[in-house]
Design a protein around this ligand. Structure first.
Ligand SMILES: [Zn+2]
Length: 245
């Protein structure tokens, strides 16, 4: 059994994962990401509670898989200037967690984690070239090319959420550019678009709920958002020629 952790910009999602990819003991904890030390404290607390859960069912945790948003140096265990974790800079997160827990950690990018999970137990089983797109605070991309994770020439992965798709996005991207896919297709973008059109919403879930309740403005927002997302996915498919996204 291993612990899988998705450290995002607003939440930690974590759980115990068995050899078949089944998840149990799921934990979701929110935080303010501006203090990396507070986030690390929350992360260590979550890991400790999951180890206790494993022990309570007489299982041992062999390893921790940790995924983070933004570029990672998997060889050296570094999280590198993640745009949606402002002020974090370069963080030796693998060794920090490993030193604190005494456990072996595998660090990777969150969208790479997603694409590998799809290859293991999801929709991409048996395929060779495919990608995963994560829509959260930002837009992450994980790419498998000819059966191998594509990490690019500098091995920092693909950051295709920052491809520029428009002269002007809904807000200036945390990367400093304007018109990034991320500023039109992330959960953040969905909320900004809804607020711009006058909806009183605070989260992407609020927008989806309003659309499910057939609120006419929310339905217009979903239409525009879906069009933007379709354009982004079309561009990705033209670049990669994937069997599935
Ligand atoms: Zn950007």
């Amino acid at each position: 059994m291993v612990i899988g952790v998705d450290l995002g910009a607003t939440n930690i999602h974590a759980g115990l994962v068995d050899e078949e990819g089944r998840i149990s003991g799921e934990v979701i904890r929110g935080y303010d990401c501006t203090s990396k030390h507070d986030v690390i404290e929350v992360l260590l607390d979550v890991l400790s509670s999951l180890k206790d859960k494993a022990r309570s069912v007489k299982k041992s945790v062999k390893k921790i898989g940790l995924v983070c948003p933004g570029p990672v140096d998997i060889d050296n265990g570094l999280l590198i200037n993640a745009t949606n974790l402002p002020g974090w800079g370069v963080v030796p997160i693998r060794d920090m967690i490993s030193d604190a827990t005494g456990m072996d950690i595998h660090l990777d990018n969150d969208a790479v984690g997603a694409v590998l999970a799809e290859a293991w137990v999801g929709k991409a089983r048996g395929l060779n070239t495919f990608m995963a797109v994560t829509l959260g605070t930002g837009v992450g991309t994980g790419v498998v090319l000819d059966g191998k994770v594509f990490r690019g020439g500098r091995r920092k992965g693909t950051e295709w959420g920052h491809l520029i798709m428009s002269n002007k996005g809904l807000y200036r991207c945390a990367c400093g550019n304007d018109g990034c896919i991320e500023t039109m297709c992330s959960a953040t973008a969905l909320v900004r678009l809804a607020q711009k059109k006058g909806l009183n919403v605070l989260s992407a879930k609020d927008v989806c709920k309003a659309a499910a309740d057939k609120d006419i403005i929310a339905l217009e927002v979903m239409d525009e958002f879906s069009y933007n997302l379709a354009r982004a996915l079309y561009n990705y498919s033209m670049v990669l020629g994937p069997e599935i996204i």
